[in-house]
Design a binder for this molecule. Structure first.
Ligand SMILES: Cc1cc2nc3c(=O)[nH]c(=O)nc-3n(C[C@H](O)[C@H](O)[C@H](O)COP(=O)(O)OP(=O)(O)OC[C@H]3O[C@@H](n4cnc5c(N)ncnc54)[C@H](O)[C@@H]3O)c2cc1C
Length: 218
């Protein structure tokens, strides 16, 4: 099998980070005792629940709107609360506070809901004089992802959409460069594992077709 591995063998042999196998693998995982997570999406909820399971004493999600506007799935929110995560709704992080070169807390402002904004959701408005400090020795920013802007410099001929994601055929993954195929979050924006895997499989078949002229089963 010299150099040819099945997908499972590849996963076993490849140098994955395997942080869960500490101390056998030395991938660092920072364990916080007071963790603040900024954001209101599924990633924020995921991070908060993971921090709790890694042994944090207190985990607070800081979200600037109310529970109704939270983009995370309702069951994720309910499970996080059940598990012991505190959610500070209508709270805006203003700045991180440091001590001896490490984060020590976060200055926050309380908010109230005003008129709807362009997204149709009521705009959070700061309440004057409501500043308070939240203790935190670990802060996770979970406020969204975007395409790496370096893409434009490293592959100048690669067509991107106006958000900076790669323009690719939704079926084959073919990009504006003949030999370059793309799929997953870098094409769709944040999505799911199953969508990324599907795109990968379809692109593999299209690449096979390009190289051999043969139709490959997906
Ligand atoms: C906290 C969190 C929780 C999530 N939970 C779920 C969930 O429960 N269910 C679900 O379906 N989805 C979930 N998602 C979304 C899911 O992880 C993504 O949709 C999926 O991983 C996208 O796959 P991808 O292959 O497109 O990108 P990625 O998984 O991001 O893989 C891209 C890879 O490319 C590598 N890379 C980047 N630049 C380069 C370069 N220049 N050269 C070489 N390699 C490079 C990166 O290191 C990375 O390994 C979650 C996401 C996050 C962040």
């Amino acid at each position: 099998m010299n150099g040819v591995f099945s997908a499972n063998e590849y996963l076993t042999r490849s140098n994955l980070m395997k942080a869960y196998l500490f101390p056998e693998y030395d991938t660092p995982i920072k364990h916080g005792s007071k963790v603040a997570v900024v954001g209101g999406g599924n990633v924020a909820l995921d991070s908060a629940r993971t921090a709790l399971r890694l042994g944090a004493d207190e985990v607070s999600i800081v979200y600037r709107r109310s529970r109704e506007e939270m983009p995370a799935r309702a069951e994720e929110v309910a499970h996080a609360l059940e598990e012991g995560v505190t959610i500070k709704f209508l709270t805006l992080p203003v700045r991180l506070l440091g001590k001896d070169g490490w984060v020590a807390g976060m200055e926050c402002l309380e908010m109230e809901l005003g008129e709807p904004d362009e997204s149709g959701r009521r705009r959070p408005v700061p309440i004057k004089g409501s500043e308070f400090e939240l203790d935190a020795d670990l802060v996770v920013m979970a406020i969204g992802t975007r395409a790496n802007p370096l893409l434009a410099a490293t592959l100048p001929g690669l067509q991107r959409d106006k958000r900076g994601y790669i323009d690719a055929d939704p079926v084959t993954g073919q990009t504006s460069i003949r030999e370059v195929f793309a799929g997953g979050d870098i094409v769709t924006g944040s999505a799911t594992v199953i969508e990324a895997m599907g795109a990968g499989k379809r692109s593999a078949a299209a690449i096979h077709r390009l190289l051999t002229g043969e139709q490959a089963p997906i």
